[in-house]
Design a protein around this ligand. Structure first.
Ligand code: HPA
Ligand code: ZN
Length: 334
């Protein structure tokens, strides 16, 4: 199974670029920028990655971001992720970024977007990896701040496919962001939102009803509500599931209890993703391996997950078709 997963053509739909910041690169850029890190070594930084809930992680994630200052930093960060993804046979990526983690620190929108975008362009040329960019709003901040961020993104509209919603979920329901999502949709952005990671099934329902999202990021807790499950199945609303993230953040107690097995059995459109691979112990291949080993998935189920990823992507129709053909060829040869 390991070799089958290694060579499987993959698509990633849920990856925060700031969550791909490996400690080695973080120390390197901190030195380059003269930024002091509150850790004296790579090992002591890694030791801090012991999370018991989402907020534990977010505190460290925002601290890590402080090192990112220039367009070159955002390029280097994104390029490292794309090189790694290329070695894991990732063919298409949809990357999240958090402008509100950067703008208040005085980092211009142009540095963030252009740095990421230039790396994505180079990955298309060198590796044939295609991509879409998704700008997330931090849900612990108020809606007015999200609206200002949407307005600040206007000059870069052509480079940004969609908007998302991330950060601290509990106490910050999707309903808080109804107006900004409406405005973004009116402007032609695709919409996704984190829901049901730590929050209840009701947040997933709100994301669908009020924010009218194209996909749900995570969505695990939707399984608590059978009517919602029926709706997810009937509409085939994609769930971008992140197995290693879920166990690292203790929203799932053990990989053997991971709900992706149940999602598949229920006929839901589940996909596999890495979320914040530098913090959670693995990229796409490690995520596929973890669920395959712990849940005893067979090749057919793995192909279904990979196919769901392609079909749920925001890639143009022709690109999706090419990816589906490559996957089906792979499935028939292996
Ligand atoms: N959940 C919410 N916000 C995030 C995450 C996540 O898993 N990763 C980065 N921001
Ligand atoms: Zn996420």
């Amino acid at each position: 199974m390991k070799t089958f997963i290694d060579a499987l053509p993959k698509v990633e739909l849920h990856c925060h670029i700031e969550g791909t910041f490996e400690p080695e690169l973080m120390f390197q850029l901190a030195r380059r920028n003269g930024v002091e890190l509150p850790y004296d070594s790579i090992d002591s930084l890694r030791e801090a990655y012991a999370f018991t809930k989402l907020q534990d992680f977010l505190d460290i994630y925002y601290q890590g971001m402080n090192v990112l200052l220039t367009e070159q930093d955002f390029f280097d960060l994104t390029w490292a992720y794309l090189e790694k993804s290329h070695t894991q046979q990732v063919r298409h990526v949809e990357i999240f970024f958090d402008p509100q983690g950067h703008l208040p620190r005085g980092v211009p929108f142009s540095s963030v977007v252009n740095g990421i975008h230039n790396a994505l362009t180079q990955a298309k040329e060198r590796f044939g990896i295609t991509s879409e960019l998704i700008m997330c709003f931090l849900r612990h901040l108020d809606e007015e701040d999200a609206i200002e961020t949407l307005n600040a993104a206007a000059p870069y509209k052509d480079l940004v496919t969609g908007i998302g919603l991330d950060s601290s979920e509990l106490g910050h329901p999707p309903s808080k962001f109804e107006r900004v999502f409406q405005q973004a949709r009116d402007q032609g952005y695709r919409c996704v939102a984190h829901a049901g990671e730590e929050g209840p099934a009701q947040y997933v329902r709100e994301a669908i009803r009020l924010l009218k999202v194209d996909r749900i990021d995570h969505g695990n807790n939707a399984l608590d509500d059978s009517k919602l499950v029926d709706e997810l199945r009937e509409k085939q609303i994609p769930l971008t599931v992140c197995p290693l993230s879920n166990t690292r953040l203790c929203v799932v107690d053990h990989m053997q209890n991971h709900p992706i097995r149940k999602m598949l059995d229920l006929g839901l459109c589940a996909t596999v993703n890495s979320d914040d691979p530098a913090y959670f112990g693995g990229y796409m291949t490690e995520n596929y391996n973890a669920i395959t080993q712990s849940l005893g998935l067979n090749k057919e189920e793995i192909i279904t997950l990979a196919k769901n990823g392609i079909e749920s992507s925001f890639a143009p129709k022709q690109r999706k078709q090419a990816l589906l053909e490559e996957l089906s060829e792979y499935a028939s040869r292996n």
